[in-house]
Design a protein around this ligand. Structure first.
Ligand SMILES: [Zn+2]
Ligand SMILES: [Zn+2]
Length: 206
C-alpha cells in the first residue's frame, strides 16, 4: 500500500476555504487570529491541511472522526496537531505544536489523567481553581509562571514525563480522598518546592 501523497496547503493565510463536502467556509475565520506553529521535533513551520489529506502520509491511524478536522502538519516528522473548534467548526488555531505519534499518545494519556479531576468538580469555581492549580504545577515543571501559557499540546514526551513525576509527588491520583483545600495546599507547597529546587527550566528552546 503506497502512502498517500501529502498535499501542502498553498492558499494564502486568510483566503476563504474552498466550499467542499467536508465543511462550510468559516464565516468568521478572519476573526480567529492564528499563528503558524512550529514542529515540536524539527522546529520548522508547520503546514495547514485537512486530516484526510495528510492521514496516509503522516499516520497509519484511521480516525474516521478526524477526517474533516483542520490540522497543522510536518510530514518529514510524521507530526500533526489538531485545531481548536468554535461552535462546532474548526478554526486554524492550533491546539499546540505538531508532534509525532508517541507524543500525541502521551498527550492523550496526560489529559486522561488530569481532565476527570476538573470534570468531577462540584461547581465551576472549584473546577477553575483545580484547573488553575494543576496548570500552575505543570507550569512550574515547564518553567512557565503563567498557567494560561501551559498547554499540553505544546509538551514533549520528556516534558510530560516530568509532569507525571510532579503529579506523582503530590499524589495526584489519591486526591479523591482529600478535600479541596488539602489538595490546593498540597499542590501549592509542591509547586513552591519545585520552583525552589531548580526543577524550573525553559522548554522554549529549540
Ligand atoms: Zn518536523
Ligand atoms: Zn489539550
Amino acid at each position: 500500500m503506497g502512502k498517500r501523497k501529502f498535499k501542502p496547503d498553498s492558499r494564502p493565510r486568510h483566503a476563504k476555504q474552498p466550499r467542499s463536502s467536508y465543511t462550510k467556509p468559516l464565516k468568521n475565520e478572519i476573526n480567529f487570529r492564528y499563528f503558524v506553529p512550529t514542529c515540536l521535533h524539527c522546529n520548522e513551520p508547520a503546514t495547514r491541511a485537512v486530516f484526510r489529506d495528510v492521514a496516509g502520509a503522516i499516520t497509519e491511524e484511521t480516525r474516521a472522526d478526524l477526517l474533516d478536522r483542520h490540522v497543522w502538519a510536518c510530514q518529514p516528522c510524521s507530526a500533526y496537531v489538531l485545531c481548536h473548534q468554535h461552535e462546532g467548526q474548526d478554526t486554524w488555531c492550533a491546539l499546540g505544536r505538531p508532534a509525532d505519534r508517541e507524543t500525541r499518545n502521551a498527550r492523550l494519556v496526560l489529559h486522561r489523567r488530569i481532565d476527570p479531576f476538573f470534570a468531577a468538580a462540584e461547581t465551576s469555581r472549584v473546577r477553575y481553581a483545580r484547573r488553575n492549580t494543576v496548570y500552575q504545577l505543570m507550569g512550574s515543571v515547564m518553567g512557565l509562571r503563567n498557567p494560561a501559557e501551559v498547554h499540553i499540546g505544546d509538551m514533549s514526551v520528556d516534558d510530560m514525563r516530568r509532569v507525571h513525576k510532579a503529579l506523582d509527588e503530590v499524589r495526584f491520583d489519591n486526591i479523591g480522598f482529600m478535600d479541596v483545600d488539602e489538595v490546593m495546599s498540597a499542590m501549592r507547597v509542591k509547586t513552591l518546592q519545585l520552583l525552589l529546587s531548580g526543577t524550573r527550566q525553559s522548554n522554549r528552546q529549540v
